[in-house]
Design a protein around this ligand. Structure first.
Ligand code: HEM
Length: 291
């Protein structure tokens, strides 16, 4: 993932150049938060970026909390059909990307298309919406917490400081509100409650990340705190596979954005913004910013 850092830096700088050359105020999701991780995941998977409107819309449905089972099934079907089509095309004309690798495994009989397509699907959806929400919420957090922004500005050239700051942002914001879902395989007892084998559970990652025993004064954002034991990427065999990419994207964005745009400010008060309370991945629908 480290090898991708220069490309992430170039894309971030290009997007900021484009934003600064365009209308002021701008909307951050559109200008930076969505295109950066979308361009990166497209490059890794071999998905055409021109299709971003299509897959970003379906990612929104995938993460929506109140969708019907029919809507969930339909959005999954459409995305898997799209990914299968791309894998099939790459079986004839492979490139250096993940979908081509999946195509090779399908051709060799190691995976069926029914196994390969969901892998491409989850990488595409998980690979852009999550990082995008972190970039937008993180920017809003800095603009609302001038002391932490000053600290970031003073240390934005210190990779150790920024690496640690990213962990604290991941802890404090914990955008995956409902993502760590599990089926219980044997009866377990937690705090006097028995959860039976076969029942479903949601491990509340935001609660773990605000546990005062793990993080003293958990409601306080403190970029100097040691927070790398947070659960924002979950835990165990299914913890986030893209976490190292996400960390580098966040590192590059937060050490670049406020340096490149020193007068950055919210163009609409935070209290007037619409937060993604209806999504499994927390965020802000639109973040108008000015400079
Ligand atoms: C800040 C950004 C991100 C956050 C907070 C995040 C968080 C998470 C969480 C909480 C899970 C659920 C794990 C579980 O069920 O226990 C997960 C799974 C996953 N994430 Fe991420 N993620 C981020 C970025 C990414 C990126 C950039 C990619 C792809 C390159 C990615 C790919 C995946 C995949 C494929 C899974 C499923 C893993 C599995 O079920 O084995 N994520 N992520």
């Amino acid at each position: 993932m480290e090898k991708l850092r220069p490309a992430i830096q170039t894309i971030t700088d290009d997007l900021i150049d484009k934003m600064l050359a365009g209308p002021n105020p701008a909307e951050l999701n559109e200008a930076l938060s969505l295109p950066l991780p979308s361009l990166m995941i497209c490059e890794l998977l071999g998905v055409p970026y021109e299709d971003h409107g299509f897959f970003q819309e379906h990612a929104g449905v995938t993460n929506a909390r109140f969708k019907t089972p029919e809507e969930a099934a339909e959005t999954t079907r459409v995305l898997r059909e799209y990914i299968s089509g791309l894998i099939e095309a790459k079986m004839d004309d492979p490139a250096e990307d993940v979908l081509s690798d999946l195509g090779t495994r399908v051709r060799e009989g190691v995976l069926s298309m029914e196994e390969a397509a969901p892998l491409g699907h989850i990488l595409l959806v998980a690979g852009h919406d999550t990082s995008a929400n972190m970039i937008t919420l993180g920017t809003a957090l800095f603009l609302e917490n001038p002391d932490q922004l000053t600290l970031l500005r003073q240390n934005s050239d210190d990779p150790k400081f920024v690496t640690n700051a990213v962990e604290e942002l991941l802890r404090y914001l914990t955008i995956p509100h409902l993502l760590a879902r599990r089926a219980v395989v044997e009866d377990i007892e937690i705090d006097g409650e028995t959860i039976r084998a076969g029942e479903g559970v949601i491990a509340a990652l935001p609660a773990a990340n605000r546990d005062p025993q793990a993080f003293p004064e958990p409601e306080k954002v403190d970029l100097t705190r040691k927070a790398s034991h947070h659960m924002a990427f979950s835990w165990g065999p299914h913890q986030c596979i893209g976490q190292q990419l996400a960390r580098i994207e966040l590192h590059v964005v937060f050490s670049t954005l406020f340096r490149r745009v020193p007068t950055l400010r919210l163009a609409t008060p935070l209290s007037e913004l619409k937060f993604k309370e209806d999504s499994q991945a927390y965020g802000i629908y639109e973040l108008p910013i000015a400079w």
